[in-house]
Design a protein. Structure first.
Length: 186
C-alpha cells in the first residue's frame, strides 16, 4: 500500500483549505492509499534564520538546527510515496507557515539530502477572498518543489467561486493520484 502525506495550512480547521484537503484525502483513501494528514498550523514551525554565512547545517549535513517540529515532518515526507501540499492563499502566496516549512525543506533537500527527488506531488491553493493569486501561489509552490526535484503531478486553484465543483473534483484527482502511485504514472 502506498503512503501519502497530506500537509495543509490554514489557521481555520473548518474552512476552505480544510475542505480541499479533506476531499483529496477522501479520494486518496478510495484509491487505496494509506494517508496521513498533517495540520501544519498546529505544529511548532519556525522560519529559517539563514544561519552561518547564508547556509548552515542544511548544506553541510542536511539538517536544520532549529529545534521544533521540522525534522519529524521532514522524516514523514522522506518515507512517503506521494506528497501533498494544500495551502490557503495569503498575499498571492503560501501561508507564512507553509512558506516557513517549505523554505527550510528546500534548503536541506536541494543542498544535501535529495530524499524527495522524483517523488510525486499534488498541490492545491485555496484563495477565499477575490480569488486573485491562486495561480501565482501554485506557481511559487511548484517552483519550490522543482528545486527539490519533486514532480508536481497536478495542481488545483480553489476559490469561493469554483469551490462547488473544484472541491469535489479534488476527490477524483486524489483517487487517481493514489491509483497512479500504485500502478505507475504514464
Ligand atoms: C493575510 C491574508 C491575505 C490574504 N490574501 C488573499 C489573496 O491574495 N487572495 C485571495 O483570494 N484571498 C486572500 N486571502 C483570503 C484567504 O485566501 C482566505 O481567507 C482563505 O482561503 C480562507 O481559507 P480558510 O477558510 O481555510 O481560512 C487572504 C487572507 C489573509 C488572512
Amino acid at each position: 500500500m502506498k503512503k501519502i502525506v497530506v500537509i495543509w495550512s490554514s489557521p481555520n480547521k473548518d474552512g476552505l483549505t480544510h475542505s480541499a484537503a479533506a476531499s483529496l484525502i477522501e479520494g486518496m483513501r478510495k484509491g487505496g492509499a494509506e494517508v496521513e494528514e498533517v495540520w501544519l498550523n498546529g505544529l511548532d514551525m519556525r522560519h529559517c534564520m539563514a544561519c552561518g554565512s547564508g547556509y548552515g547545517a542544511c548544506r553541510s549535513e542536511g539538517r536544520c538546527v532549529i529545534p521544533d517540529d521540522f525534522k519529524e515532518l521532514y522524516d514523514k515526507l522522506a518515507e512517503a510515496d506521494g506528497i501533498v501540499f494544500v495551502t490557503a492563499v495569503y498575499w498571492h502566496d503560501l501561508t507564512e507557515v507553509m512558506k516557513a516549512f517549505t523554505d527550510r525543506l528546500r534548503r536541506c533537500e536541494s543542498a544535501h539530502n535529495h530524499y524527495l527527488a522524483e517523488k510525486k506531488a499534488y498541490i492545491a491553493a485555496c484563495a477565499g477572498g477575490t480569488g486573485n493569486g491562486a495561480t501565482e501561489c501554485l506557481v511559487r509552490l511548484e517552483d519550490t518543489l522543482r528545486h527539490m526535484g519533486v514532480r508536481t503531478w497536478d495542481r488545483m486553484p480553489v476559490t469561493r467561486f469554483n469551490k462547488d465543483y473544484n472541491v469535489p473534483s479534488l476527490a477524483k484527482g486524489g483517487e487517481l493520484f493514489a491509483v497512479r502511485l500504485e500502478e505507475g504514472f504514464r
